[in-house]
Design a protein around this ligand. Structure first.
Ligand code: TRP
Length: 374
């Protein structure tokens, strides 16, 4: 009966990197190509990006095209998925405004992702003791972005939201809002399910320096738009096992980036093709653990594996980079379509909330009759 609808998105604050690819982008392309979903919406969350970049609108604006290029080059097909820009769908703001009445300040304060991000951005009123961290205070828009995210998801009646684990609290809050809305105003909205990445190595891809996460500010990313030379350089300087000094030393694969990345990206076919003396990744790991296997050999394999994946992405990117107007056309059409869908939901919401005054004949006639009587 119910349609299967996907909604997901990214803040346009930078180019997308391998962490995004394993965590979400690659999966989206698979989901798109699976044919199992009736509709897929992919949103460039510019309004959300502005919640903590209010003083840097150029950064957000310039990254819209970067993210769009990344989507298209990874194989998001605009004839099968709708790519749109959040701020263009004004209904999302309206919906968020109504949802604000269904969420308490205290509940928002408990949202672990928002809590962590407030610290991370130096918004915290206390805990910003260090001199270089000014007490900026938390912008209200930022504080309430989980509510706006609930609007993003529910405006499209999304059933499935493929996101990383850090977004779990957002989906949880969305479900609570849906539940509350439906119990107050009647069954209107759809409760979404989160869809987490499946491969455990993909849950969170570490940076090339071995730090927990790829992040632009740490400078430890491999970007989808990196050239083969850049990829090679980054892999060659990647963090491995600091105690594996001589080739003959036994090595550790846990916490060793090269192996974490091979876990995420390599397949048995790659071994037949590039390192036929090993049957698969387990055989390579065994050898590394025993000693006698050098980092460079493993890194060369990783470069080959990454290149196989990145090369077609780069090719498509080249095409779209030469057709920027076409990309904006895709975004405009997608945004028009998204807006039409959100408008339908908003009509239902306004009806359920009984604020659709002009469409509510019964209300008008009833009041007219009442006043005539007097
Ligand atoms: N908060 C998400 C992120 O930072 C982006 C986002 C905004 C989103 N609205 C969304 C993701 C709705 C999924 C659904 O990555």
């Amino acid at each position: 009966m119910g349609k299967k609808i996907i909604l997901t998105g990214d803040r346009p604050t930078g180019k997308l990197h391998l962490g995004h690819f394993v965590g979400s982008l690659g999966r989206r392309v698979e989901l798109q190509n699976s044919g199992l979903y009736d509709k897929i919406f992919i949103m460039i969350a510019d309004a959300q990006a502005l919640t903590d970049n209010a003083d840097n609108p150029d950064k957000v604006r310039d990254n819209i095209i970067e993210v769009a290029l990344d989507y298209l080059s990874c194989g998001i097909d605009p004839t099968r998925s709708t790519i749109f820009i959040q701020s263009y769908v004004a209904e999302l703001t309206e919906l968020a405004f109504y949802y604000m009445n269904l969420v308490t300040v205290q509940r928002l304060q408990r949202n672990p992702t928002v809590k962590a991000e407030i610290q991370l951005r130096g918004f915290a009123e206390n805990g910003a003791e260090e001199e270089n961290l000014q007490r900026k205070g938390t912008p209200v828009g930022f504080f309430t972005y989980p509510i706006s995210q609930a609007a993003d998801i529910t405006a499209f009646k999304a059933t499935t939201v493929p996101v990383g684990a850090d977004q779990e609290p957002m989906i949880e809050q969305t479900r609570e809002i849906v539940h509350k809305f439906n119990s107050v105003y009647g069954e209107t909205l759809v409760e979404p399910e989160i869809m987490l990445p499946t491969n455990s190595a993909c849950l969170r891809l570490p940076g090339t320096d071995g730090k927990a996460k790829m992040s632009k500010s740490l400078g430890n990313c491999i970007y989808l738009s990196d050239s083969p030379e850049e990829v090679k350089k980054k892999v060659m300087s990647m963090y491995t096992d600091p105690d594996h000094l001589k080739i003959t030393d036994p090595g550790k694969v846990e916490g060793n980036c090269v192996f974490t990345y091979l876990d995420a990206f390599s397949r048995p076919e790659h071994f037949a093709k590039y390192l036929p003396e090993y049957e698969n990744l387990d055989a390579l790991k065994d050898h590394y653990r025993r000693g006698g296997l050098g980092d460079v050999k493993c890194k060369k394999l990783l470069i080959a594996v990454l290149e196989e994946m990145l090369e077609p992405i780069r090719e498509r990117r080249k095409y779209y980079e030469q057709h920027i107007e076409e990309v904006y056309d895709i975004l405009r059409k997608g945004s028009d379509e998204a807006r039409a869908t959100a408008q339908e939901t908003l009509e239902e919401v306004r009806r359920a909330m009984r604020i659709n005054y002009f469409e509510d004949r019964e209300l008008i006639e009833h009041q007219a009759a009442e006043y005539r009587k007097e």
